[in-house]
Design a protein around this ligand. Sequence first.
Ligand SMILES: Cc1cc2nc3c(=O)[nH]c(=O)nc-3n(C[C@H](O)[C@H](O)[C@H](O)COP(=O)(O)OP(=O)(O)OC[C@H]3O[C@@H](n4cnc5c(N)ncnc54)[C@H](O)[C@@H]3O)c2cc1C
Length: 324
Amino acid sequence: MRIGNRRILIIGAGIGGSAAALALRRAGLEAELYEARSRKGTQYGGCYVLWYAGVLSLARLGLAEKAYACGHQLARLEMCDTRGRVFNSVDMETRGRSLGAVPIAIRRADLLNILYDELGPDGLALNSTFRGMSEDSRGVTATFTDGRTERGAILVGADGLDSRVRAHLHGLEPARYPGYAHWSGIAETDAGAPARLFRILHGNGARFAFFHLGGGRVCWWCVRNAAMTFNLGQGAGTSLTDAVTLADHLAGSIGAISAIRAYERARRSVTLPLMVASRRVGESASWGGLLGPALNAAVLRRIGPKVTGPLLELDARSHAGLSH
Ligand SMILES: Cc1cc2nc3c(=O)[nH]c(=O)nc-3n(C[C@H](O)[C@H](O)[C@H](O)COP(=O)(O)OP(=O)(O)OC[C@H]3O[C@@H](n4cnc5c(N)ncnc54)[C@H](O)[C@@H]3O)c2cc1C
């Protein structure tokens, strides 16, 4: 199947879908973006730390400076034990400068609004809830809940955790509760929080973290008994890199299927190790009881300095393999 000048349909205008629409359009392809919500502006969601790869991907879209302007550049990650002693630290600034992107703390709403501004007033179709799709040898037809249909060469599912696109392809699989509780918030004060520092305090089966957000605010989160996959803070960053990588593969190819397979191989080689490592970090951080926190700190003190930095840089290195 050829892509040629035929349309690419993207379902879901979150971080991943919006970045994919921009990247594909910049690569000269026709990309249509469909979003279930009725309004573009959003205040929902907490904060992200966008690591090197996420910022490099934003730079590819020409948006890194805008993100730096409404977020806060982070210089150091410190992990502390129950007594506040630092047992692992990452120099984010020095590594960031050598990789070409210093990590940034940013509100989800601000990042999304940067992408929406760039897409322009007619850049996405609101009130468009994807219902199902059918495929044939020439492409795909998407159906929406209001009865509308749209035809394209390729359909990209970027419709989040409860993805209907994924359910259509792989069947409905209910989300599994991994047994953790998560709280987060934004404090409208930065009193007592050192600027440019991302600090994670490892407690008894729980973690508390905070970092500056710029504009006199501090973002904090707390996780109890978590083995969840945000432990390396890669969700938004990998969506951005997925987007620019997809555009690279589709732009340079005449065969849709071979381009998508190549994209899958490229992303899987990075995201799979990240997911596995993230799960392990969550498991050891959830060790409680008398010995759990000390054991976790001992493990992280021993292997943390060797693995934390390389893991956080893993996806940034995939940028070197991109076509431009
Ligand atoms: C409201 C919200 C708040 C979040 N807050 C945080 C946070 O504070 N910290 C953090 O680390 N991560 C947060 N996340 C998750 C994080 O944004 C994602 O892991 C990451 O950015 C990947 O984004 P995505 O674009 O793949 O999916 P999402 O950001 O989940 O976006 C999916 C989009 O698809 C749309 N959609 C869903 N179903 C349909 C449908 N049938 N038809 C059309 N459109 C559809 C949704 O309305 C949404 O806009 C949040 C996600 C959401 C939706």
